[in-house]
Design a protein around this ligand. Structure first.
Ligand SMILES: Cc1ncc(COP(=O)(O)O)c(C=O)c1O
Ligand SMILES: C[C@@H](O)[C@H](N)C(=O)O
Length: 362
């Protein structure tokens, strides 16, 4: 009988706090499609200010935030976007920019730290004056923190250099900032400075910040005007959305300060995993709330099997590859939960080792 749940599958699993639920219940609402929901307006103004941009629009998900941003920047037929081959937009968003927006993705290899070599980005750019048979590059996308690169932070210096490169070539820069507040806290750089070079940012309120639903796109007034219209086209126009914005407002107010503790717990987890000889973890890559670890010999236990056995102890995690597992820390995971999960991982590995009759143990 499982009496304790430690959910490390993702920071998308965070549930609304009592303060969020109270704010949702008390929210002053009206019809946001008619532009009159006061709580939505208040929250959008606040987030635009925090991010240092002119305007903002609330959207149901980070996927829609990225989709709308790419499609507004690439509204001319035959447009191409340069993005990481391991980016969330390219890997986990159903190819929406192409299937719904007709935008052509031009991938550049992501480095382990989440960046793309500037020379490779520049080499990938295709200009309108180029050969008739080329698409035209109109946008570069970055991701900060970078989820598939272990939640690594992209520095403000690198972001600024990509912004300069984009401007030099008449391109726009979008940042998938699903976890931009994690990057800001880990780098010690104010979030508005971190995204200063970007023309648009999609910010998730529903991950480490803990709101139940939603993301926000920030950018210029003109850009957000087009984004709001495209949101409606995509069926994302919401009526009394102030109920959700009220929770997002509380998340912004209360939970940014909790991110540092998530990063601390990730480090504690990573250090504990290093003590288990059947596992390897690159602790230098643990910069924020994610920990990826490899099973040294996945022939004795696969990531899927390990996650299945851990679930019997109430520890929930997700395989990241055929040899690795991803753990994501969030403010509903305590340090005690971290130590409990580590104990369960050791127990499961010893259990399997005993079953296969091997010597040694975790
Ligand atoms: C880096 C990144 N971008 C975008 C998204 C999409 O957000 P959503 O799940 O709200 O569509 C996610 C994950 O959820 C993500 O990890
Ligand atoms: C899986 C992915 O879409 C999600 N953003 C996560 O990190 O959990």
């Amino acid at each position: 009988m499982v009496t304790r749940i430690v959910d490390l599958r993702s920071d998308t699993v965070t549930k609304p706090t009592e303060a969020m639920r109270a704010a949702m219940a008390a929210a002053d609402v009206d019809d946001d499609v008619l532009g009159t929901d006061p709580t939505a307006e208040l929250f959008e103004l606040e987030l635009a200010k925090v991010m240092g941009k002119e305007a903002a629009v609330f959207v149901p998900s980070g996927t829609m935030g990225n989709l709308i941003s790419v499609l507004v920047h690439c509204e001319v037929r035959g447009s191409e976007v340069i993005l990481g081959d391991n980016s969330h937009i390219h890997v986990y968003e159903n190819g929406g920019i192409s299937t719904l927006g007709g935008v052509h993705p031009k991938t550049v290899k992501n480095n382990p730290d989440g960046t793309m070599d500037l020379q490779l980005i520049e080499a990938a750019i295709r200009h309108p004056a180029d050969a008739l048979y080329y698409p035209t590059t109109r946008l570069i996308c970055l991701e900060n923190t970078h989820a598939n690169c272990g939640g690594r932070c992209v520095s403000v210096e690198y972001t600024d250099r990509v912004g300069e490169l984009a401007k030099r070539h008449g391109l726009k820069l979008h940042i998938d900032g699903a976890r931009i507040f994690n990057a800001s806290v880990a780098l010690g750089v104010p979030v508005h400075r971190l995204v200063q070079a970007a023309d648009s940012v999609s910010v998730c309120m529903s991950k480490g910040l803990g709101a139940p639903v939603g993301s926000v796109i920030v950018g210029s007034k003109d850009f957000i005007g087009k984004a709001r219209r495209l949101r409606k086209t995509l069926g994302g126009g919401m009526r009394q959305v102030g109920v959700l914005c009220a929770a997002a407002y509380v998340a912004l107010r209360d939970n940014v300060r909790k991110l540092e503790n998530d990063h601390r717990n990730a480090k504690i987890f990573s250090d504990g995993l290093k003590q288990i000889k059947q596992l390897t973890v690159d602790s230098t890559s643990v910069e924020t709330n994610m920990v990826f670890f490899d099973i040294v010999d996945s022939s004795f236990i696969s990531p899927e099997k390990l996650c299945q056995l851990l679930e019997k102890h109430g520890v929930l995690a997700m395989p990241a590859s055929s040899t690795s597992v991803r753990l994501v820390l969030h403010y509903q995971i305590s340090e005690s939960d971290v130590h409990y999960a580590l104990t369960c991982i050791k127990q499961v590995i010893n259990q399997v080792l005993n079953e296969v009759g091997q010597n040694g143990g975790a």
